[in-house]
Design a protein. Sequence first.
Length: 145
Amino acid sequence: MRKLNVLLILCFTLVFASKVQGQTNSGVNNAELKGSYAFTFSGNSGNVNVSAGFASVGRFTADGAGNLTNGELDTNGAGGGATMTAQPFTGTYSIGADNRGVMTLNISGGSAKLAFAMLANGNAQFIEFDASGGAGTTGSGTMEK
């Protein structure tokens, strides 16, 4: 029994003493995302009572310095207001030394926050998880150069 207690204490100590490390050197690899990109995205939006699926496609230009321009988004989904056509957007992004990044899209008075990972071929995979308190948007997609 004593060995089990010691083992449990050791495990708890390791878990609580481990250092959680976030992305460092933010923006050092912004040049990895440069040029014209097309993207696809699908997910769900809603709350614990009502949820609807949607799909989006679009394009943007990344300047290699953390800015998005010439963005355009088309969205189709169930429910009122779920369809947008040729919706313009701008945005910003930051890519860390580990090729993981964050992006904010500014779309018609609102914003979407994305987390992404750059791939060796210059493309990226991303997620959106703007859900808190049981409501919001979740989904995933790809960006292709």
